[in-house]
Design a protein around this ligand. Structure first.
Ligand code: ADP
Length: 485
């Protein structure tokens, strides 16, 4: 990896605690592997609660001085961090692909997307406005100010090793909060590279720490039990989200939760089918199906079902599977063997219940965790993927007749993150967009992620929103000052 990088100093194998690059207190490490090749890239320090507590204490101290700076000074440092991320986009992309597997073009895209949150919130930080409210008595003057909530603990997944961190770190730091990041154990290197650049940008010591650890539950407990932590922000599975919410209850810590999805993608008979195919591929096969906004259930109206299946099959068959670092792959490997087993389980369950495989269906001849992009027809609501996110390259096609039926099927899930549909009839577009019980609705598009819009789910997909002008609210507390004059 070092040989591939223009700036090898971005590849670091130490953790970043309280502004220092450190080993674990007990010297422990864990391995980071390349999922495309299965080989070990390096080992990183395996930190525990003691180091996390030091990071939190340093953060609590550092944010006092950071909070006294003007918003513009803070914005300038964040802006520099953004610029450095973009200047080093190629290297950050290579590091990301090496540890996570997505094709390098997609990884660079993620770096730009990740950086956009730092740019956006650098700007938003200048606009943390207050309010004045007409008093309730003649001598009363009422002012509302918004202040940083305090030290933030952040736990993030492996599927977006860069962007899931920046969209939390951006608003936290802009609001004035110290940020303690616990990246996924599969992908610590992107987080560490971000920290190198933050340090270079002039972020004061202690404002950002990166806790590399194989003991996620232990770090989660420290975040929830350490009284200095006032905010927990998590992206990951709904199961772990529930655990963290319960733990956070003890100290009544404010939580943001970006949890699982089970996105429906609906193609109505008045849709532009070619556009719908392009959207379905972008939405289903981005990151090889490993995103929480990936289409998990594709509902196609009966009149266009066969035509859509045929067009989709042709387009998906052309996707190239391979090593993300080769520069030629459209789809990389899956993250782990467990992830492959889940895809296999969903396919086996579906075919046992009557679905037909019309493309792919098995492990790829490249071996390892590579899997053939797969399409099944005849999908029904009793199949596992109707309840549970596959998180892999499996596109199940459901057939429906009626608009109300498909809305009911689309909403028949505990999740409510992203949804998509293709239609051209204006009144249908409004009706369906309003009826879908989701935090995000893509209409005639398969790509909805942007720093300018509020991202987040309803139902058991989460709490809070990330990005947009709303994204900073989760890191602020309102204070009402009542003055008698
Ligand atoms: P995924 O399936 O994406 O790995 P997880 O929810 O298991 O989803 O993981 C998301 C993040 O949560 C990772 O950083 C992981 O280390 C962390 N994590 C897993 N279990 C726990 C836990 N009990 N407490 C805190 N963090 C956890």
């Amino acid at each position: 990896l070092t040989q591939l990088l223009k700036d090898p100093s971005l590849f670091v194998t130490k953790a970043f605690v309280a502004g220092e690059w450190v080993e674990a207190d007990n010297g422990a490490t864990f391995d980071v592997t390349n999922p495309a090749r299965g080989d070990v890239i390096c080992a990183v320090p395996d930190l525990g609660r003691a180091e996390t507590a030091r990071a939190i204490a340093a953060g609590e101290q550092a944010q006092k001085e950071w909070g006294k700076r003007t918003a513009k000074e803070r914005a300038n440092i964040l802006r520099r961090w953004f610029d450095l991320m973009m200047e080093n986009q190629d290297d950050l992309g290579l590091i990301l692909t090496a540890e996570m597997g997505k094709p390098v073009a997609e990884a660079k895209g993620e770096v730009a997307y990740g950086a956009s949150f730092i740019e956006w919130f650098a700007e938003e930080g200048k606009r943390i406005y207050g309010e004045t409210i007409p008093g309730h008595q003649p001598d009363k003057r009422i002012t509302v100010i918004r202040q940083p909530i305090g030290v933030v603990g952040a736990i993030t997944p492996w599927n977006f090793p860069n962007a899931m961190i920046t969209r939390k770190a951006g608003p936290a730091l802009a609001a004035g909060c110290a940020f303690i990041s616990k990246p996924a154990a599969e992908t610590p290197l992107s987080a560490l590279a971000l920290a190198v650049l933050a340090e270079r940008a002039g972020l004061p010591k202690g404002m950002l720490s990166v806790i590399t650890s194989s003991d996620a539950p232990g770090i989660g407990q420290e975040f929830c039990e350490n009284p200095a932590v006032r905010k927990l922000t998590f992206t990951g599975s709904t199961n772990v989200g529930r655990i963290l919410l319960r733990q956070a209850a003890d100290q009544v810590i404010k939580c943001s939760m970006e949890l699982g999805g089970n996105a429906p993608f609906i193609v109505f008979d008045d849709a532009d089918l070619d556009e719908a195919v392009i959207g379905a591929i972008a939405c289903k096969f981005r990151n090889n199906g490993q995103t929480c906004v990936c289409a998990n259930r594709i509902y196609v109206q009966a009149g266009v079902y066969d035509a859509f299946a045929e067009k989709l099959t042709k387009a998906v068959a052309a996707l190239k599977v391979g090593d993300g670092l080769s520069g030629e792959a459209d789809l990389g490997p899956l993250i782990t063997d467990k992830a492959v087993e889940k895809v296999e389980e969903h396919i086996a369950d579906a075919t046992a219940k009557g679905a037909q495989i019309i493309l792919g269906g098995k492990r790829h001849e490249k071996g390892g965790t590579f899997f053939e992009p797969t399409i099944v027809t005849g999908a029904t609501q009793d199949m596992q993927f109707s309840q549970d996110e596959t998180f892999g390259p499996l596109a199940p096609l459901f057939k429906f007749e009626d608009e109300d039926d498909v809305i009911a099927m689309a909403n028949d899930t505990i999740f409510g993150l992203a949804s998509y549909f293709y239609a051209n009839d204006l009144s249908r577009v409004y009706k369906v967009a309003e009826a879908l019980e989701y935090g995000i609705v893509g209409v005639n598009t398969g790509i909805i992620s942007t720093e300018v819009a509020p991202f987040g789910g309803v139902k058991q997909s989460g709490l809070g929103r990330e990005g947009s002008s709303h994204g900073i609210e989760d890191y602020l507390e309102m204070k009402y000052i009542c003055m008698s004059v």
